[in-house]
Ligand binder design. Sequence first.
Ligand code: NAD
Length: 437
Amino acid sequence: MTTAATDTPDDLFQDALKNLDEAFAYAEIHPEALERLRHPRTSIEVSIPVRMDSGEIRVFTGYRVRHDDTRGPGKGGIRFHPKVDIAEVKALAFWMTCKCAVMSLPFGGAKGGIEVDPKELSKLELERLSRRFIQRIADFIGPDVDVPAPDVYTNPMIMGWMMDEYSKITRHHTPAVITGKPIPLGGSLGRNEATGRGAYFCIKEHELHRGWDPKTTTVAIQGFGNAGQAVAQLLHADGYQIVAVSDSKGGIHRKEGFHIPSLIQAKNDSHRLQAVYCQNGLCTLMEAQSISNQELLELDVDILIPAALENVITSANADKIKARTLVEVANGPVSTDASPILRENDVYVIPDILANAGGVTVSYFEWVQNKAGFYWTEEEVNQRLLEKMRTEFHNVYDLSQIHDIDMRTAAYVLALKRIGAALTAQGTKDYFEAQQP
Ligand code: NAD
């Protein structure tokens, strides 16, 4: 991807923490709570030896970080990517703590990852790697301890292998140890599209403020995987004009908009992003311009949706963003030094810890269904998600209006208030001093 890599902060976790300082001024919580959040509760690094198809052993490095569990068990995905490192996993775990608090879910934050390019592995190697990772971290996770889920380049089948491995180790069938599983293995209906659907619900709430007509509203989406495809599909069905999409290899742009179900079909059949129109199973190529990921970000569209990786908008390119609304479906796509530039340029940002929280919300529903052994219909899942997204969107929006702050700061204020209340309930310096004789 042509990102401003040189501008990426060295330590993503330290950069992510800067959001707390800004929000603290409005959150009315004890400073001790803030101090607690600066330090992840536990981080582990594991080596994962895997027997490759060639017969050789290759050793991969994996991580699991539990950032905070004051409000409940840790919750957060597992990423397979060559650039995974401990700072990234800590940042992602911290965002999960804040996201679960914004959505008022009874979870803290966690995250995991393996430094690997999964595209280089055969399916059997991928299964061995996934199971081996669980063997390494089994003492560290559990339905009431830390509950993983999918993230970049992991999927329901991988979650199914991981759940199976954990159940073998504990000798108990334990579906609630992991979410995002295939439906026959205890997954929830609606989970696969939940991240995109949650972002779509946010856009619909924002649409009321903007007074948009979807038919004349243009959208560019970076990343055409699980989250990117789902939000694209819902927006397209609603009449929005998706004029550009991209994946790791680059993007395509067409002023008249794309037929999203065709792009999804072609991508899933051929693993390639192609400008096509499909009818009755037959796909024909359409005229479209090839663009780089950087060019996609700078397109003159109404809504820009980064749905791939973090730090794609930094101080190096923030000034070039022309979209009026930016919906952060990826985690951390905007670096903290880019935020003030976007604010100054009147780019309205719906932040990641709200915009992509549909995924963890339906993961919570999956965990509840697994624990109860009682499963909901897709309509029930989607309806509950809608209610949750609407409620918390308005809670964040109201805080932004009351304090005259942007939506990102407001989302962190809401998170800090809820986490701060839980930490304060365990006692702060003021409480203990007051107990002295
Ligand atoms: P995915 O693996 O299904 O898709 C990732 C997409 O990004 C793919 O289309 C891939 O080609 C593209 N991509 C990878 N590297 C890229 C690059 N360098 N430039 C441009 N595109 C690139 O992953 P996903 O689950 O859709 O996750 C995408 C983002 O959404 C991540 O930031 C993830 O943390 C976040 N997210 C996902 C979920 C979820 O439930 N899946 C929930 C919350 C947040």
